[in-house]
Design a binder for this molecule. Structure first.
Ligand code: GAL
Length: 831
């Protein structure tokens, strides 16, 4: 099954793209199509407003905002925001209790309105105009000049509205969007507002519609790849016209490698089919993310009517019984993470630089796959995954007919599920990064009567729109899902937190392979270590933190090592998607009931994007190209002198020797054991704390000492050190630098318990955007230019202006020497 070759392309129409403030962001090649990003000059107000859709409505007193915009991320936090008194059945709870931080404690509930002037410079007779929303949270109603032109219920999906008939040519047009978020509609922070981009597309009335191409690569070998391109056309009244489509394929260097020209005949309907051949194709993979693009020009006689670009990649994959997954003929397992859509301190407001930074960190960890839990991703993420090399499981829903939360998607399911799946697939089916579609996560219908039938119906819809990729779903109720014929219907059975039952499930199911669709859910707080060190479930401490020894999980979940054992032993297990790559707003398990916890503890990285210790455990396993040698805990424990303070080492070297103040604590080797942890970590459990230093010397397989790592006891906070993820920013008004501020002692050691309040000032070609410290209990606001360090660190985000030039970040704090960092914004910065 699914053994043919697929390539995907994204159907983003790119001929000319401008912001409506007038700046051209892509060069105009032809006048046939123009795309504008509607980012500026929006007015916003919270609350419902009668007549706000009317063009004459006076919105001068509303706030001026930029889109993407998340109206709730500015806070304040409050445990009464969306306080849900619920029994979480997935978590095996027996009675309903108040869950204060479940959706982040931020004010996203209620109605909000956005308005802006809508200039459509190229509009006139014979033209069409379309608005494309990448996502609007939620229950969007779109009005142009007071007329409703479209609506979409699900806040995560992309949708378009044809606004041609509502526009006045050359006139004063007004766009208004009404959004509404209900209480008890989500299990995590959804964000609020126009949190993704809004595009205006202006075309001829003979044109290629939104997501109008479908490109596959039905055959791939070393000599050639066949490329099949289906292109829809729209004409006035959808009547046949003898149009011509000229397509050329370019390789990554921009060289034309294939061309064809096709004339539409009356029997073709409104769709071209073109078949091209790319010789000696360069294959797409996470390690070699090579992209091609097909540019199609649509002509009526000699007149250019439209131009449309479809980026794609050439790659093949298979899912085979007993063998598992292979990409381009090579067997591999998904080294994946699940991620929610929020970007920590930016909230849900999408930003390409923020996404890119996440992917850079994941890449360094050796991660090669992402599951977009539990909803459709931002298109920018999918494009970055094409370019940077990540395989995607694009997911649609967290519930179907049977609710998990009172006002969740179940209220829309009957009316909207097919439309939502169709848009999901049409938008993303040309992307090489997308490897599979997920129709749901732990939907309660997996065990309800008829659940298997719903799964089949949804899977059939996805197959109809894209026969080239398999469909999966994440299941938690393994017995019910097998009994209900739910698990056997799916192309790929995905199980959440069931490593101990993989063998049994595989025996009972027909596919011959299965996926760890959601794994681990280990909890920890960066920089926090609890004693005694022991395996624990649902462990709670008075400070609302979890231990970074990576031994604490939930009743339904495991430590990473327990999953590793099964992944390594069972070839038919396709890999894993760890819950989660990054901490996210909401779901503060195990402190769901204990305010002020309001963000997760599950992340391999914290809410600020700083790696927790666990990052190195995964890196040691997944990043086989680079050495990993990481020691924990920190070694500054005044008052613990003489007490047992275990030391762990996460490394891809097979063995190492630990020294405390130069005294050997013995050499440990990873190896077979009935304890999963001793197979994947080196652990010295009996070390007694003495100030000074801990040092490991790592040995390779031949027993040669090859690397060392040392952690020293820190003295008093002395100065601030700043480290930026990038120093040259694009002067595009959007690019971000993430600057880690560390409180260090005079010798440059991190002060691991420092809580100094730091203040930020940006001057020059940029502005302070946000700050986060990764503390799930912190009620300090992300957009205020000050915050306390959490375990000695925090991360400030600086946003470039659209002017090129130097920019300076100054960070000050009581009792520590300040620091200044200089960055540059420049036009045409390479990204
Ligand atoms: C799973 C669920 C996720 C998240 C996770 C926490 O059951 O699919 O959305 O809630 O548990 O462990």
């Amino acid at each position: 099954m699914f053994s043919s070759s697929f390539y995907r392309c994204r159907a983003l129409p790119i001929v000319a793209a401008l912001t409506l403030s007038g700046s051209l962001y892509q060069s105009a090649v032809a006048q046939a199509r123009r795309e504008y990003l509607l980012t500026t000059n929006w007015k916003f107000t919270k609350g419902d407003v009668p007549n706000a859709a009317q063009p004459t409505y006076k919105d001068a007193s509303w706030q001026t905002v930029q889109v993407p915009h998340d109206w709730a991320i500015y806070g304040p936090f409050d445990g009464n925001n969306d306080l849900q008194t619920v029994k979480i059945e997935q978590n095996q709870e027996q009675k309903a209790t108040p869950k204060s931080g479940r959706t982040g404690g931020l004010p996203f509930i209620g109605t909000g309105w956005y308005r802006r002037q809508l200039d459509v410079p190229d509009f006139g007779p014979g033209k069409r105009a379309v608005l494309l929303f990448d996502g609007a949270m939620s229950d969007a109603h779109v009005f142009v000049n007071g007329k409703e032109v479209g609506a979409w219920a699900y806040g995560y999906n992309s949708f378009s509205c044809d606004i041609t008939d509502a526009l006045q040519a050359g006139g004063n047009n007004v766009l208004a969007v009404r959004l509404r978020n209900q209480a008890e509609a989500s299990r995590w922070y959804p964000g609020a507002g126009l949190y993704r981009n809004v595009h205006l597309l202006v075309t001829d009335d003979v044109h290629i519609p939104v997501w109008g191409t479908y490109l596959t690569t039905p055959e791939i070998n070393a000599n050639f790849a066949k490329v099949k391109l289906r292109t829809q056309v729209a004409t006035p009244g959808n009547t046949f016209q003898p149009l011509r489509l000229e397509t050329e394929i370019r390789d990554a260097a921009g060289q034309v490698v294939a061309t064809t020209s096709t004339t539409l005949t009356a029997t073709d309907g409104q769709e071209f089919e073109q078949n091209l051949v790319v010789k000696t194709p360069q294959l797409w993979s996470p390690e070699t993310p090579v992209l091609y693009s097909a540019t199609s020009k649509l002509y009526a006689g000699n007149e250019l009517k439209d131009e449309y670009r479809t980026p794609f990649g050439i790659r093949s994959f298979k899912f085979e019984a007993g063998k598992g997954f292979s990409l381009n003929g090579q067997v591999r397992k998904f080294k994946g993470v699940c991620n929610h859509h929020d970007l920590g301190p930016l909230g849900a407001a999408v930003n390409t630089a923020a996404l890119r930074r996440q992917l850079v960190l994941l890449k360094d960890m050796g991660c090669d796959a992402i599951r977009t839990t539990h909803n459709m991703p931002a298109p920018e993420l999918v494009t970055l995954c094409d370019e940077m090399g990540f395989m995607l499981m694009v997911e649609s829903f967290d519930e179907w007919k049977t609710p998990k939360v009172k006002n969740g998607y179940s209220q829309y399911f009957d009316q909207w599920s097919e439309k939502d799946l169709v848009n999901m697939v049409h938008r993303d089916r040309n992307h090489p990064s997308v490897i599979m579609w997920s129709i749901g996560n732990e939907v309660p219908d997996q065990g309800a009567p008829g659940g298997g039938k719903i799964a089949k119906r949804l899977q059939d819809i996805v197959h109809r729109e894209d026969p080239s990729r398999p469909v999966t779903a994440g299941m938690d109720q393994i017995d019910a899902a097998i009994k209900n014929n739910f698990a056997s219907v799916l192309d790929i059975a995905g199980f959440n937190y069931k490593p101990h039952r993989y063998e049994e499930a595989n025996d009972k199911l027909p596919q011959g392979f299965l996926l760890g669709s959601e794994t681990a859910s280990t909890v920890s707080s960066r920089g926090v270590y609890k004693f005694p060190v022991e395996l624990a479930k649902q462990k709670k401490y008075p400070d609302n933190q979890s231990s970074s020894y990576d031994l604490e999980a939930c009743v339904w979940s495991q430590t990473p090592d327990e999953e590793f054992v099964k992944q390594d032993a069972l070839p038919y297990v396709l890999g894993e998607f760890v819950w989660t790559g990054f901490d996210y707003l909401g779901e503060p398990t195990p402190y769901d009931e204990v305010w002020p916890s309001h963000s997760s503890y599950f992340g391999i990285m914290d809410l600020a994007g700083l790696p927790k210790d666990r990052y190195y455990l995964y890196r040691a396993r997944w990043n086989t190209a680079a050495p990993t040698l990481h020691l924990l805990p920190h070694w500054t424990w005044p008052g613990r002198e003489g007490q047992t303070t275990p030391v762990f080492c996460y490394t891809n070297y097979p063995s190492a020797e630990l020294f405390v103040n130069g005294v050997s604590q013995g050499r440990k080797t990873k190896g077979p054991s009935d304890k999963p942890q001793t197979q994947y970590r080196l652990m010295w459990n009996e070390v007694k704390y003495q100030p000074g230093s801990i040092k490991v010397v790592a040995y390779d397989a031949q027993g040669k000492a090859v690397a060392e790592e040392e952690v020293r006891t820190a003295g008093k906070p002395h100065h601030i050190k700043l480290v930026a993820d990038q120093t040259h920013l694009a002067a595009d008004g959007q690019d971000l630098a993430y600057v880690t501020a560390r409180v260090e002692d005079a010798q440059g050691n991190l002060c691991p318990d420092a809580t100094n309040e730091l203040a930020f000032k940006v001057t020059g070609a940029g502005r302070f955007r946000a700050v986060a410290n990764g503390d799930a209990t912190s009620l300090e606001l992300f957009h205020q230019p000050r915050m306390h360090a959490f375990h000695g660190q925090l991360v400030a985000t600086v946003q470039a202006s659209d002017k090129a030039g130097p920019l300076e970040l100054k960070v000050t704090g009581k009792g520590v020497k300040p620091a200044t960092l200089r960055l540059i914004t420049e036009k045409n910065a390479a990204k």
